[in-house]
Design a protein around this ligand. Structure first.
Ligand SMILES: [Zn+2]
Length: 305
């Protein structure tokens, strides 16, 4: 007791400051494209932005905006200091890169929702990453909050059919029911209809792809995460596969995949790779969604000018 009182006398601020901290830093390395903004709530959480002070070391590189974002102004690097009135202070390293260097990649997560979806979304939020979840109709009812949060946070809702059957190995009308029911149940739980679908094992007929009425998104980078269940291997596959225009396949239901995603994206986001939804990637050159229906979509490469 005596020691504790003495500690309070010597360092009166310590205990109070810890309690009164007005924000927490989620991400202290940020890459922004020139002319674009990065939302501050992906950098610090629990914050009342009006009570924070944000100071940039170089306002020609990046500057905080009034509505809670960092604006990328000129190519270069700077440090943005965040502080609150209680004296808490943190430094965020900001890098602004050229728009012509944008590398877009779609990370697609199959076979959920599962018990890791919330943890993944916390992580994606901290990196300003948007992904596509290809969910199984029969399972989505177990995770309604996860599904609704995906919608709220701008992730794309994809259907992985009702029961994950290989559609080319079952009767025609049964296969069409798998597609239709999956989309219906997902809409009921998530509150919005799926905008893309992925046939289990990647197998579908043209008739099924057209009947689905939405783009059939496949992949060109297979991490084989389900086979090896090795976080380092998942991370390596994602890092090696994260070239512009690629669609990467992982399965959100394995703990090793969740760890691998975090390891890979920590590096890739710091390098300025942008993770976007399948539809954002596939329509990046102005192709209307309707034109994608019926095709088998593996990636989207665009010639840079
Ligand atoms: Zn699957």
């Amino acid at each position: 007791m005596l020691l504790f009182t003495a500690a309070l006398l010597i360092c009166p601020g310590i205990f109070r400051n810890e309690e009164a901290r007005a924000y927490t830093v989620k991400n202290n390395k940020v890459t922004i494209y020139e002319g674009e903004t990065f939302p501050m709530d992906s950098i610090v959480s629990d914050a009342d932005f009006l009570k924070l002070r944000l100071i940039s070391s170089d306002r020609s590189v990046s500057t905080p905006t009034k509505d809670g974002a960092l604006l990328g102004l000129g190519i270069g690097e700077c440090v943005v200091t965040v502080s609150d009135r209680k004296g808490t202070r943190d430094e965020i390293e900001v890098k602004v890169v050229s728009k012509s260097d944008i590398h877009m990649v779609a990370l697609t997560l199959d076979d959920g929702p599962g018990s890791h979806a919330m943890e993944l979304m916390d992580y994606f939020d901290s990196r300003n990453v948007k992904v596509t979840f290809f969910m199984i109709g029969a399972d989505i009812g177990n995770y309604p909050k996860s599904a609704q949060r995906m919608v709220d946070e701008g992730h794309e809702i994809g259907s992985h059919t009702m029961n994950h059957k290989q559609l080319t190995a079952i009767k025609k009308d049964r296969a069409l029911r798998e597609i239709e029911e999956g989309a219906k149940v997902i809409e009921e739980v998530a509150g919005v209809p799926p905008t893309v679908w992925r046939p289990p094992y990647g197998d579908s007929t043209e008739e099924q792809r057209i009947a689905a009425g939405m783009p059939t998104v496949l992949w060109n980078i297979d991490t084989l995460d389900w086979k090896y269940k090795d976080a380092d291997r998942v991370a390596r596959e994602i890092i090696n596969g994260a070239s512009d225009g690629n669609i990467i396949l992982v399965h959100e239901i394995y703990k090793t995949t969740v760890e691998g995603i975090k390891k890979a994206l920590d590096q890739l986001c710091a390098k300025g790779i942008r993770f976007v939804t399948s539809t954002t990637l596939l329509t990046r050159d102005g192709t209307p969604v309707e034109d994608l229906i019926g095709q088998r979509l593996f990636s989207k490469k665009v010639k840079k000018k």
